[in-house]
Design a protein around this ligand. Structure first.
Ligand code: PLP
Length: 462
């Protein structure tokens, strides 16, 4: 029964103790978004510290995209490491239905303190996609619990990306990523997004009156009383091409949702926790959504966790003696204490290190280089918001012609930057720089020098 545990020293379970692991990678692993037949070997990384990832030979790579947009304080931060270690010694996990623990409650209280006003209830899940799934399910059941079952349609925007699970794919714009799964997806209404460089209303920016909101207004009017919610990525549609919005569009979405009595759902999986220069992107437009989805930087980029924050009004609609009004959604790892502990530490660092001011300074640095970047060959548009700089590359600046996601420009540029010790991984023809907030000015300038140098000598691959 209670056999004594074998003591294992750290060295014995060290995953990189054997150099065979790189062969096992090719033999046994299935990497995401990778055409295994032709892709180059994945880059082996054995260590991370601050801005840098280290290869086995000791050479380092500057992480210019925050490891898929999750890292904000740098890799292996001593403060977060200590929080993780402490929590692991106390409680690694316990199921969250019928049980609770202090890291979950403390994190909820800290989140409510910084979230836009009105968002007071915290529901935990596993990642960005599940945070979105939860929001959609909550919205639908919110109306159902109140006898308004006719409110069951959702409005999403063109160019949206909300994740790779089936519900999140349904919410996302049709793309190469969703094409094979079309038969699984549920139908949604789709409204224009404010993609100013390729204006959906074909207007000159000087004459813009946020006319692209008309398509959302038309849908809400035509489907009056039938819409459960409008889901948007506030201010920055990232995976859709780093599309940065005028804040008036976001204000307009909130006004239209109010006018039509429907829920506004903000997917701040990427934008949350300072990435756009505000704690949450909704603050740019001084609005509060009814539901908000969070993940990525929530844990400082350490562990997978999702949060769906809701208003008290939504929560109240689930309070009942009738069990059918319960929100039947939960994951094995809901509110994992380790993930909660690192999230608390990450939030503390954000405050302690005044990270938002750092992001605002980074935005100013990007602006100081904007005119030069705009003049580079193939640069059609330069977009900047907080700690995000995006260059939309086009074959022809006049016609704005560009290949889609599959254009070879992306992988070719990724390799060119890797050869220079830089991790930048364009989304199709959109090259972007989104570093952890701790990047120093010299490092940021150095990355921009490299981008200028590469593009100056670049030939668009045929
Ligand atoms: N929502 C947005 C806005 C995202 O950018 C992403 C991922 O990039 C997701 C949702 C999905 O998050 P995850 O990859 O953690 O499932």
């Amino acid at each position: 029964m209670n056999a004594p545990r074998k003591t294992v020293s750290a060295g014995e379970c060290n995953a990189d103790a054997s150099s065979d692991w790189q062969q096992w990678d090719r033999a046994y692993l299935w990497h995401p978004y990778t055409q295994m037949q032709t892709a180059p070997m994945p880059v082996p990384i054995i260590r991370g510290e601050g801005m840098y990832l280290y290869r086995p030979d000791g050479t380092r790579i500057l992480d210019g995209i925050s490891s898929w947009w999750v890292n904000i304080h740098g890799h292996c931060h001593p403060y977060i490491n200590a929080a993780l270690r402490k929590q692991a010694e106390e409680l690694e996990h316990v199921m969250f239905a019928g049980f609770t623990h202090s890291p979950a409650a403390i994190l909820a209280e800290r989140l409510v303190q910084v979230l836009p006003s009105g968002l007071r209830r915290i529901f935990y899940s596993d990642n960005g996609s599940t945070a979105v799934e939860v929001a959609l399910k909550m919205a639908l059941q919110y109306w159902r619990n109140q006898g308004q079952e006719q409110r069951r349609a959702f409005v999403m925007l063109d160019h949206a990306y909300h994740g790779d699970t089936v519900g999140a794919m349904s919410a996302s714009a049709a793309s190469l990523f969703t094409e094979s799964f079309q038969p699984l997806l549920f139908p949604v209404e789709r409204a224009h997004a404010p993609y100013c460089y390729r204006c959906p209303a074909a207007l000159d920016p000087a004459r813009c009156q946020i006319d692209c909101l008309t398509s959302l207004r038309n849908i809400l009017e035509a489907q009056s009383g039938k819409i459960a919610g409008v889901l948007v990525e506030p201010m920055l549609q990232a995976a859709g091409g780093m599309i940065i919005w005028p804040k008036k569009f976001l204000q307009g979405v909130r006004q239209l949702c109010d006018a039509h009595g429907t829920l506004m759902i903000a997917d701040e999986v990427l934008t949350g926790f300072g990435r756009t220069g505000k704690m949450f992107a909704c603050e740019h437009a001084q609005i509060s959504p009814d539901l908000m989805c969070l993940s990525k930087a929530l844990t400082g980029g350490y562990l997978p966790m999702g949060v769906t924050a809701a208003t008290e009004e939504i929560y109240d609609a689930f309070l009942s003696d009738d069990r059918r009004k319960t929100f039947f959604h939960g994951h094995s790892f809901t509110a994992n204490p380790l993930a909660c502990a690192v999230s608390i530490a990450s939030l503390e660092l954000l405050h302690r290190e005044n990270s938002l001011a750092r992001v605002v300074a980074l935005e100013a640095l990007f602006h100081s280089r904007k005119a030069t970047l705009q003049e580079l060959p193939y640069v059609g548009d330069v977009r900047i918001l907080g700690g995000v700089l995006a260059l939309e590359l086009v074959r022809d600046k006049q016609t704005r012609e560009a290949g889609g996601y599959l254009d070879r420009v992306g992988p070719a540029l990724t390799q060119a930057f890797l050869d220079r010790g830089l991790l930048l991984r364009p989304l199709g023809n959109v090259l972007y720089f989104m570093p952890p907030y701790i990047i120093r000015d010299e490092e940021a300038h150095c990355v921009l020098d490299q981008i200028e140098d590469v593009l100056q000598h670049w030939q668009w691959p045929q």
